[in-house]
Design a protein around this ligand. Structure first.
Ligand SMILES: Cc1cc2nc3c(=O)[nH]c(=O)nc-3n(C[C@H](O)[C@H](O)[C@H](O)COP(=O)(O)OP(=O)(O)OC[C@H]3O[C@@H](n4cnc5c(N)ncnc54)[C@H](O)[C@@H]3O)c2cc1C
Length: 696
C-alpha cells in the first residue's frame, strides 16, 4: 500500500463514505491508490435502527459496525478532520497526542453528514434528548427505563403521571419511529410494574405540519396517525415548540405538555468543518455540480447529508437520507475512477426505491416502487429490508438474533445508567419555574448564566411568601444546603427566562475542595449570606419589606441607546460623576450596563484596536449584558439586600418582568430613609418612607 501512486481521502464513515470507500477498493488495486477514511468514531452508525435501540428492542452494538473490519484495504483513522485546504489539496486533522496532522490528497470526498443543533429553541439543548449517535439512543433508553422505576415507587399520582409522560418533537420518520418505540416499551413493560396503570402513561408526538410523515402520500399518513392514536399516542399537529424545561415543553400558543422526557428529532446543524470551508453553500450544504464535484474544484467531491446535490433522474434536490447518501457514495467512487482513467464523469442519477416507516405495535407504512403498503406486512417487509441493508454479515446476525428474542420474550429492562448526580450540565427555566423548593433535599449547586431569579422563603405557619433576594448573572446559589447536608431553607424561582450551569453534589464537593479561588468565593458568599444585615435592625427590615421599590425609584441619570459608542460612554464618565450607564433598545428595554469599573476593564480591549477605530467601538460589545434588574413591585428590602450583597450603588428598575426601564433605585437613597427612620422614635413617622424622602 505504501507504494501507491495516488491517495484518495474520505472524510466521514457514514452511509456515503463507507459505500464510496468500498466501491473504490473494489475498482482500484492498492498499487493504483491508497484510500484513507477519517471518521471520529471507529464504527459506522446505522441510524434507521436507532429508535429500536432507544426502545430496547435492539442492543446498541447491533447498529454500530466497526469500520476497519468492514473496509478491507482501507486505512481507517479515528481522528477529527478540522480543516481542508482546497487549493493546496491538504486535510488538517487533530492527530494523536494533541498535535495537528496534515495529509495531502489527489482526490477528497467530503461525507461528514450533519450535526445536531437543538439551540434554536430555548432550553431544548439542555433538556431534550437528541437521536443521532448510539450514545444518544442508549442514554434515552436508560432514561425511559429509569422513569418506569421512579413511577413505580412514586406515591403521588400527579408526579407518577409526570414520570410517565413522554414528549417527542418532530413528526418525520425518526420522530414517528421513536414515539412508537417508547410507547411500545413503556406500555408492554407495565406488567412488571404493579403500581403503574395504563392511564398513567402519555406519549405525545408534536408536529408542526397538518399531518405527520410529510414524505408519504395522504392515505398512508392518515393510516399512520389513526394507528398511532389507537396505540395510545397523542398527536398534536400544527404546533411549534417555543421552550423546553426540565418540566416539559411549551408551544408557541402557550399550551404546555408536562413530562419528564422530551425527545427532539428536529434541528440539524452544519458541521464545523463544512462551515469553515470556503466553497459555495446552500443552506449550509456544499453545492456540487451534477457529477458531485465541489463547484469550481476538480479534486474535491461532496456527498450525503452535507452536500447539495441535484438528482438528474427528476431534477429534484436529493433528500438527506441514508438511501441517497449510499447511492452517491457508489457513484462518486465511479466518477473518481473515471477521472483517474482520463474518462468523462457522469451526473448523479437515482430512482428511489421507496420509503418505510415503523409506527410501533408491529405496524409500518411503506411506499415501494409506487405501491402503498401498511400494517403488519409493511412492518415485516421493513424489518427484512433493513436486515438486508445492514452493512455487514456480523451485524445482520446480531440484529436477527435481537429481533428473534424480541418476538419471544419481553423487552430487556436492565438500566446501566451512571449516577446522575455526577454531572455538570446546563438547565433552562421559564419565568415562574422553580429551580428548587423550600424543604427539598439538596442535590445540586447552580451558577447563573442568564436571567433573574427570586429567592423566596415561605412561612411554614401561615404559608405566606417573603422575597428574600433577587439574583442574576454571575451569582451562584444552592451551596449552603449542600455544605451543611440539610434540606433547602428557601425556594428559588425564575423571574425571567433563566439559564444556569448545574453541578451535581459530588462534583461540587470535589471541585470546591480542589479549587482554591472557588473555595474563597464560597467562603465570602457564606459569610455574607449568614451575616444577615437585618438581624440587628428588625424594625428597619419590617419597614423596607412593607415598601415597594416604586417608593424609591429615581430617574436613571445616564442612558445610552444600543448604537452608542465607546466614545459616548467615555464622555459621560469624563464629564459627570456617573457611576453607571444603562444601555437600552428602541423600546427602552434594558440591554446592559457599563460601570466605571467596567470602563477600566474594557480599556485594554479597545487599546488593541487601531487609533482611528477606537472611538467607534460599539457599546454593545463592551457592556455587561443581562444585568440584574428590580421591578416596581419588588420590596425595598430585596433591592437593598441585592445591592448590599454585590457591593452595588444602584440597580435599574423596570416595569414587570420584561418591561421598559423606568429609573433606578440607589443604595444611598434607601440608606438615607433608613437612617431617618432609625433616628426617630419607634412608630414615627406615619408617612411611607419613600414619599417622606422627597420632602428632604
Ligand atoms: C434517528 C434517525 C433515523 C433515520 N432513519 C432513516 C431511514 O429510515 N432511512 C434513511 O434513508 N435515512 C434515515 N436517516 C437519515 C440517514 O441516517 C442520513 O441521511 C445518513 O446517515 C447520511 O449519511 P452521511 O454519510 O451523509 O452522513 P452520516 O451517516 O451522518 O456520517 C457522517 C460521519 O462523518 C463523521 N464526521 C463528521 N465530521 C467529521 C470530521 N470533521 N472528521 C472526521 N469524521 C467526521 C461523523 O462522525 C459520522 O460518522 C435517519 C437518521 C436518523 C438520525
Amino acid at each position: 500500500m505504501g507504494t501507491a501512486s495516488k491517495r484518495i481521502v474520505i472524510v466521514g464513515g457514514g452511509f456515503g463514505g463507507v459505500q464510496c470507500a468500498r466501491t473504490l477498493r473494489r475498482r482500484l488495486t492498492p498499487d493504483q491508490c491508497e484510500i484513507v477514511l477519517f471518521n471520529r468514531e471507529n464504527h459506522m452508525v446505522f441510524h434507521p435502527l436507532l429508535p429500536e435501540v432507544a426502545g430496547a428492542s435492539l442492543n446498541p452494538d447491533a447498529v454500530a459496525a466497526p469500520l476497519r473490519q468492514m473496509l478491507n484495504g482501507v486505512r481507517c483513522r479515528t481522528e477529527t478532520v478540522r480543516a481542508i485546504d482546497l487549493a493546496g489539496r491538504v486535510v488538517e486533522f487533530d492527530a494523536h497526542g494533541g498535535h495537528t496532522g496534515t495529509l495531502s490528497y489527489d482526490h477528497l470526498v467530503i461525507a461528514c453528514g450533519r450535526s445536531v443543533n437543538l439551540g434554536s429553541v430555548p432550553g431544548m439543548s439542555d433538556h431534550a434528548f437528541p437521536l443521532k449517535t448510539v450514545g444518544d439512543a442508549m442514554a434515552l433508553r436508560a432514561h425511559v427505563i429509569q422513569r418506569l422505576e421512579d413511577a413505580e415507587v412514586c406515591e403521588d399520582p400527579v408526579q407518577r403521571r409526570w414520570h410517565l409522560s413522554f414528549v417527542v418533537v418532530g413528526g418525520g420518520f425518526s420522530g414517528v419511529e421513536v414515539a412508537g418505540e417508547i410507547n411500545d416499551l413503556v406500555r408492554h413493560s407495565r406488567r412488571f410494574y404493579p403500581n403503574i396503570s395504563s392511564d398513567d402513561i402519555t406519549v405525545t408526538l408534536v408536529h408542526s405540519g397538518d399531518h405527520i410523515l410529510p414524505e408519504l402520500s395522504m392515505d398512508l399518513r392518515t393510516f399512520a396517525e389513526h394507528e398511532m392514536r389507537k396505540a395510545g399516542i397523542s398527536i398534536v399537529l400544527n404546533a411549534r415548540v417555543s421552550a423546553a424545561t426540565a418540566d416539559g415543553v411549551w408551544l408557541k400558543d402557550d399550551r404546555q405538555f408536562r413530562g419528564a422526557t422530551t425527545v427532539c428529532t428536529v434541528g440539524t446543524g452544519v458541521p464545523l468543518l463544512v462551515e469553515r470551508l470556503e466553497s459555495p453553500k446552500e443552506r449550509g450544504s456544499l453545492v456540487t455540480g451534477a457529477d458531485m464535484r465541489l463547484l469550481g474544484n476538480a479534486h474535491a467531491w461532496a456527498i450525503g447529508d452535507c452536500a447539495h446535490v441535484k438528482n438528474t433522474h427528476d431534477g429534484e434536490l436529493c433528500p438527506p437520507t441514508g438511501q441517497f447518501a449510499e447511492r452517491q457514495g457508489r457513484q462518486v467512487a465511479e466518477n473518481i475512477v473515471r477521472v483517474m482513467r482520463g474518462e468523462s464523469t457522469r451526473p448523479f442519477t437515482y430512482k428511489p426505491l421507496g420509503v418505510f416507516c415503523a409506527i410501533g405495535g408491529r405496524n409500518a407504512v411503506a411506499e415501494i416502487l409506487g405501491h402503498r403498503i401498511s400494517g403488519f406486512i409493511a412492518w415485516f417487509l421493513w424489518r427484512s429490508v433493513y436486515l438486508f441493508k445492514l452493512p455487514s454479515w456480523s451485524r445482520r446476525v446480531k440484529v436477527g438474533a435481537d429481533w428473534a428474542w424480541d418476538l419471544l420474550f419481553a423487552r430487556d429492562l436492565v438500566n446501566l445508567k451512571t449516577d446522575p448526580t455526577e454531572r455538570v450540565s446546563r438547565a433552562y427555566f421559564r419565568p415562574g419555574d422553580f429551580v428548587f423548593r423550600q424543604g427539598e433535599p439538596a442535590l445540586n449547586f447552580y451558577s447563573v448564566e442568564k436571567g433573574t431569579l427570586d429567592v423566596i422563603r415561605t412561612n411554614e405557619t401561615d404559608g405566606s411568601e417573603q422575597l428574600v433576594a433577587v439574583i442574576g448573572p454571575g451569582d451562584f446559589f444552592g451551596e449552603m444546603a449542600l455544605i451543611e447536608g440539610r434540606a433547602r431553607s428557601a425556594s428559588v424561582r425564575a423571574r425571567t427566562p433563566v439559564e444556569v450551569t448545574t453541578l451535581g453534589a459530588q462534583v461540587f464537593s470535589r471541585i470546591s475542595k480542589a479549587l482554591a479561588p472557588l473555595q474563597q468565593r464560597l467562603a465570602e458568599a457564606i459569610r455574607q449570606r449568614t451575616a444577615n444585615p437585618w438581624t440587628r435592625l428588625p424594625h428597619v427590615h419590617a419597614m423596607l419589606r412593607a415598601e415597594a421599590v416604586s417608593s424609591f425609584v429615581e430617574p436613571a441619570p445616564y442612558i445610552l441607546a444600543a448604537d452608542a459608542t465607546f466614545e459616548d460612554a467615555l464622555e459621560i464618565f469624563a464629564t459627570h460623576h456617573a457611576d453607571t450607564i444603562y444601555i437600552v433598545d428602541d423600546s427602552s428595554r434594558i440591554l446592559g450596563v457599563i460601570t466605571r469599573t467596567d470602563l477600566f476593564r474594557v480599556v485594554d480591549l479597545v487599546a488593541v484596536k487601531p487609533v482611528a477605530e477606537r472611538g467607534s467601538v460599539s457599546i454593545r460589545s463592551l457592556m455587561s449584558r443581562d444585568p440584574l434588574v428590580m421591578t416596581m413591585d419588588d420590596t425595598a428590602a430585596a433591592a437593598a439586600l441585592s445591592m448590599w450583597s454585590r457591593g452595588l450603588k444602584s440597580l435599574p428598575v423596570v416595569t414587570g418582568a420584561n418591561g421598559p426601564l423606568v429609573g433606578c433605585i440607589r443604595a444611598e437613597t434607601v440608606m438615607q430613609a433608613v437612617l431617618r427612620r432609625v433616628a426617630r422614635p419607634a412608630g414615627f413617622p406615619s408617612e411611607p418612607v419613600g414619599q417622606s424622602l422627597t420632602s428632604v
